[in-house]
Design a protein around this ligand. Structure first.
Ligand code: C5P
Length: 470
């Protein structure tokens, strides 16, 4: 295979390669590989009819998203918990974070650079002096070309080296050369964790500005051992990293009272059976959390969900649509109301007081009656109508058309429309693709957002509300 030396390229080309690589979150070496791969594939691809590109899959969208993503360097230390670092890569990527991995020599006894590289979509760096790489990444660039460094697992040895300022391998050299925040997820045997030397090192690293997550207490890999020393779970580490990566939200909704509905409703058939739907409540809960983080006084009225109450939010749990309406009315007045709940349109008219028995006399006949429409009721209030009323439209066909007619029919100000066809995985999933329809003097404007996590949709919605209210 021909090899290529980057030093033979002219300076302008090298600069543009570096820029492209940085924008795409890749090393220069990987960027060149990508360009060569695309160029090599082009003639063959030309003879094959191309499938129409969806918006989410277009090159410009991907490039833009990659450039916008926060960048994180994950240093994987040599401990049994290294296997959890592989899951951590996925969890970080789920949050839209670009991950670049570095492994110590000891870590490679537990997991391979190939696996980490495949999960991160970028080669995993292992050597301080990388003779194989003609496009030397350099520990200084690895130390700076990132927004956060996470060390997971942070072993006792790695922390001791950090506390002493050693730099005898790539991981420690990066940690010494960086001016970015560092998050450590310690993992070790409980006796090592409480050892006076580790205590001194941890205290020194905290004084030096390192952030810590964990360790948790629990069972150790060693048989019959338990105590404090288990590495925090990947989800916990990803959340802590995310919190460090994203600047604290502006308190843009401070002083505003916001009422939010979320989740499904359960409509009883009898005391043990009910009619429900697949809503998870995740989007409404994420909006409540974002609004609270933006300083709003938030009341969340939720149908039955399997989610923890968001911090700093007043949560009222209800079962049926009628309970939900009663609690919404009791929670008014509010400045803003967001109806994200998937309220059941119908309830059973003759819900049994006792469990309906299976008899030989045939099937029970369930007569349905319409539930109150909470969104329409609040939108049409003469008194106490919130200044901004936002509804949701979950559709499986003719999304914008149906959402537009819903916007006008229900009398709200905005509709957040999303396609919940089973193929989208939105219902119950972690991502959402929404279109925000706003009504201004009878004209409907559509703002279409790319696929995002439900947390990002929530933040964007809160930002849009704050901008409108300003
Ligand atoms: O079910 P539908 O598509 O009409 O829901 C659109 C909007 O209306 C959503 O915001 C939902 O929360 C709200 N809604 C409601 N009460 C109902 C039905 C729907 O508040 N009974």
């Amino acid at each position: 295979m021909a090899s290529l030396t980057v030093r033979k390229l002219d300076e302008a080309l090298k600069a543009s390669l570096r820029l492209r690589a940085a924008q795409n979150g890749r090393s220069v070496e990987d960027e060149v590989r990508m360009i060569l791969r695309e160029a090599a594939e082009r003639p063959a691809a030309a003879s094959v009819p191309r499938a129409p590109e969806t918006k989410a899959a277009t090159r410009s969208t991907r490039t833009h998203a990659a450039a916008d993503r926060p960048r994180l360097t994950l240093i994987i230390g040599g401990g049994i918990a290294a296997y959890k670092a592989l899951d951590l890569i996925r969890r970080l990527k789920d949050r839209g974070i670009h991950v670049r991995c570095v492994m110590t020599r000891a870590a490679q006894q537990f997991v391979t650079p190939l696996t980490a590289g495949a999960l991160a979509d970028e080669r995993c760096y292992t050597d301080l002096f990388d003779a194989q790489s003609e496009f030397d990444a350099g520990h200084i660039r690895l130390a700076r070309d990132t927004d956060l460094i996470v060390v997971a697992p942070a072993t006792a040895d790695l922390m001791a080296k950090m506390a002493q300022g050693h730099a005898d391998d790539l991981a420690t050299a990066i940690l010494l050369a960086t001016n970015r925040p560092v998050l450590l997820a310690p993992a070790m045997n409980p006796l090592m964790w409480i050892n006076a030397a580790t205590r001194r090192n941890v205290a020194q690293l905290a004084r030096d500005g390192a952030h810590f997550i964990g360790p948790n207490s629990g069972e150790m890999a060693e048989a019959n051992e338990a105590g404090v020393g288990r590495m925090s779970e990947p989800l916990e580490i990803a959340a802590a990293a995310d919190a460090l990566l994203r600047p604290p939200p502006a308190r843009s909704l401070s002083g505003k009272r916001i009422l939010i509905t979320a989740g499904p409703t359960h409509e009883p058939i009898d005391p043990v059976r009910y009619i429900a739907n697949r809503s998870s409540g995740k989007q409404g809960f994420a909006i409540a959390a974002s609004a609270a983080a933006a300083g709003a006084d938030v009341t969340l009225i939720s149908g039955p969900v399997d989610l923890d109450d968001p911090a700093g939010v007043h949560v009222i749990h209800v079962e049926s649509a009628r309970d939900m309406l009663a609690q919404v009315e009791a929670a008014l007045p509010a400045d803003i109301a967001i109806f994200a709940a998937a309220v059941a349109d119908w309830r059973v008219a003759n819900a049994g007081e006792q469990k309906i028995k299976k008899t030989s006399g045939g099937m029970p006949q369930l007569a349905l009656v319409e539930n109150p429409d909470i969104l329409a009721t609040v939108s049409k209030l003469r008194q106490n109508r919130p200044a901004l009323v936002i509804g949701f439209a979950a559709e499986t066909e003719n999304l914008i058309e149906n959402a537009t007619s819903k916007l006008k029919r229900k009398g709200c100000d905005w509709i957040v429309a999303n396609d919940v066809s089973p193929s989208t995985g939105i219902m119950g999933g972690d991502r959402n693709t929404v279109h925000v329809l706003t009504l201004d003097n009878g004209n409907v404007a559509v703002d279409s957002w790319p696929v995002m996590t439900k947390e990002d949709v929530a933040e964007a919605l809160v930002a849009k509300i704050a901008a409108t209210r300003a």
